[in-house]
Design a protein around this ligand. Structure first.
Ligand code: AMP
Ligand code: MG
Length: 479
């Protein structure tokens, strides 16, 4: 039995990139769930993680050998407003490991206590947001969307004070890294050109090694970040996913979905859907996510200007060119993504008309595509038509769809249309039950949504859209 073989490259970066700080010692840690599949995949010893030493590491009760806990410094635009100093206020990077496939991965605790970046926060996490992140991030991974992963969830034995007292919990997060757009902004705002260069070199080495061969590696990196974000956000759109807080500090440069706060999947389709209780202007609405992607990448480009080119005007031109590629890349992957969902050749006009119809008819987003997949496989039309306020409209649309549908694309449809997603009311139900001490629903939900494309007739109730009284109108930040 051995603990992780840490090799901590971020801890070797200059002073000013982070603050060294140990996690708080959880008084009575208890394991809720260990992601044994993930642990094996990334080369961690499940027996060690399941041992007392493992539980100590996963809860912050003890610092494992080779771990050099630190809180990363970063800044960010939150809902468009500038915050010069954010940083890990409730997270500790324990260190990095090298997975069997050679990938360097961060092991981070979230909810593990105050750091020099906590400002007025307590550094803790409540049980609900920890379970939410576990469920949703593991679904995303199973659905093929780049994402940070959940290695474990534990309770700490402590109460944390929110509107009421709640059980404290810690999530262990695995990520390609935790460098964000806001990490670059932190040094840009401080006019620390050398640190911007150091961070760019670090990111290129770790995430974009092929950029080193380019004439201008920083430009190549910016282009590659842009490409990954365009693809990532189009994947979100294809699942009806709304991130909820696409602040620049929540956009990771390696292109993984990160920071699952008030995120949610749409039930009934409407492009302007927003869930987050603090997003009053719909800044992060479903349909606006690509625009925000460009906005955030423009902030990244701005922070890179000092190292893009010695001449400011030339640097701006390069930056604009790189970020300007987003729109075509996004549209291309979005159109291809929805064509796969529909089992038709790419047809942007048909897709846009479909969005309008779905919104007018109040169709459930996920069921629209999973029932259509069943029709394509020879199933009945009634369940699909029942998603429409006016079922006759469904018949008319299906006629148009049949003219385009290619039966050879059925397997692609099955792979693009999850049957199971973590519906808000199910996530809420699992959290409420866990707060009352029963984790059964949490475990069931994780098991169902991490096999999202498998028919699981015994769990048919997890497919269903919420009834009127089950609809969750708002989601709240994990703070
Ligand atoms: P988030 O909304 O999760 O992206 O967090 C925004 C910023 O607030 C980050 O710098 C977090 O580390 C910090 N933060 C969030 N919750 C807490 C907390 N309970 N204690 C300290 N800092 C926090
Ligand atoms: Mg964040």
């Amino acid at each position: 039995m051995t603990g992780p073989a840490f090799d901590n490259s971020y801890a070797r970066l200059p002073d000013g990139f982070f603050a060294r700080v140990d996690p708080d010692q959880a008084p009575e840690p208890e394991l809720i769930k260990l992601n044994t599949g993930l642990a094996e995949e990334i080369g961690l010893d499940v027996a060690w993680l399941s041992s007392q030493k493992g539980l100590e590491m996963l809860s912050g009760a003890g610092v494992a050998q080779g771990s050099e806990p630190l809180a990363m410094a970063y800044a960010g635009h939150q809902f468009g407003g500038w915050s010069p100093q954010l940083g890990d206020g409730r997270a500790h990077l324990l260190g990095e490991i090298i997975a069997p496939d050679g990938t360097r991965l961060d092991i981070q605790l979230k909810g593990s206590g105050a750091t020099p970046f906590s400002r007025n926060g307590d550094g803790k996490a409540a049980l609900g947001p920890v379970l939410r992140e576990y469920i949703v991030s593991e679904f995303m991974a199973a659905a093929g969307v780049p994402t940070t992963r959940a290695l474990a969830a534990v309770t700490t034995g402590e109460r944390v004070q929110r509107e009421t007292g709640l059980p404290g919990a810690v999530l262990t997060r695995i990520a390609q890294s935790h460098v964000r757009v806001g990490t670059f902004q932190y040094f840009f705002a401080r006019e620390q050109k050398e640190h911007i260069q150091t961070l760019a070199d670090y990111v290129i080495d770790r995430h974009y090694p092929t950029a080193k061969e380019a004439e201008n590696p920083v430009l190549a990196m910016l282009e590659m970040v842009t490409e990954r974000q365009a693809r990532l956000i189009s994947q979100w759109m294809c699942l009806g996913f709304i991130h909820g807080v696409m602040n620049t500090d929540n956009m990771q440069v390696a292109g993984e979905t990160i920071d699952y706060g008030p995120c949610a999947f749409m039930d009934r389709f409407h492009p302007n859907t927003v869930f987050s209780s603090i997003d009053r202007n719909g800044r992060y609405a479903w349909v606006n996510q690509p625009n925000i992607g460009v906005w955030n990448l423009s902030r990244l480009a701005e922070a890179l200007l000092p190292v893009l080119h010695p001449d400011q005007d030339a640097a701006i031109k390069l930056a604009e060119g790189a970020v300007g590629r987003f729109s075509d890349l996004f549209n291309e992957t979005l159109n291809a993504g929805f064509a796969a969902k529909l089992g038709i050749p790419v047809d942007a006009a048909f897709m846009q008309d479909m969005f309008k119809l779905m919104a007018d008819q109040g169709c459930d987003f996920t069921l629209f595509f999973s029932e259509l997949t069943r029709i394509a496989g020879g199933g009945k039309e009634e369940p699909f038509a029942a998603l429409f306020v006016e079922p006759l409209e469904a018949q008319l649309w299906l006629e148009q769809w049949r003219k385009r549908h290619d039966p050879a694309l059925l397997d692609g449809m099955k792979a693009a249309n999850p049957v199971f997603i973590p519906r808000n009311h199910r996530v809420e139900e699992a959290i409420q039950s866990a707060l009352a001490g029963d984790y059964t629903l949490f475990h069931t939900l994780v098991s169902v949504v991490t096999r999202p494309f498998d028919p699981q007739p015994e769990h048919a109730e997890y497919e269903r859209a919420p009834t009127e009284d089950q609809i969750v109108q708002q989601t709240f930040c994990g703070t």
